[in-house]
Design a protein around this ligand. Structure first.
Ligand code: FMN
Length: 127
């Protein structure tokens, strides 16, 4: 486990599902790191732009995950990297903003489909 995450754990700071995520990354064949290359550099980068770019990046990640599935690869979308993003960026000498990681590998399990809320529960129709 990364030093900073160990320290946060020792200090009883919530580290989300970090341990699970680290295991998945260790077991995967490949980890893709996704950066927003604009947010730390553009002068007038504002909240609206951040929301827009984050949606674009999310759609790109979703496409990547669906494409991987076509090749029968398993993926895990990981945001727990936020708990150690400064270490990752300094290790890679990246000045842009780390947004997500995607672990990709050959699945060794086929879990049951998770329960889903019904359409009625997640939509509000305006008349
Ligand atoms: C934006 C986003 C971030 C996620 N970050 C993590 C993560 O850091 N660690 C992890 O184990 N799973 C992470 N996941 C995976 C979810 O925990 C869950 O396994 C996945 O979304 C599939 O379940 P669902 O279809 O019910 O959403 C993330 C998923 C999304 C969409």
């Amino acid at each position: 486990m990364n030093d900073s995450i160990c320290l946060q754990k020792k200090q009883n700071i919530n580290i989300g599902s970090c341990e699970l995520s680290i295991n998945s990354m260790n077991e995967s064949a490949l980890v893709i790191l996704v950066f927003n290359t604009f947010s730390n550099f553009e002068k007038d980068y504002n909240h609206n732009r951040l929301l827009t770019d984050t949606q674009s990046i999310g759609a790109a990640i979703q496409n990547l995950i669906l494409a991987a599935q076509e090749f029968e690869l398993g993926t895990l979308w990981i945001c727990d990297i936020f708990y150690c993003s400064s270490e990752i960026c300094s290790w890679l000498n990246r000045k842009d903003e780390l947004v997500a990681a995607i672990a990709i590998g050959y699945p060794d399990q086929s879990p049951f489909e998770r329960p889903r809320k019904t359409l009625v529960e997640v939509t509000e129709w305006m008349y």
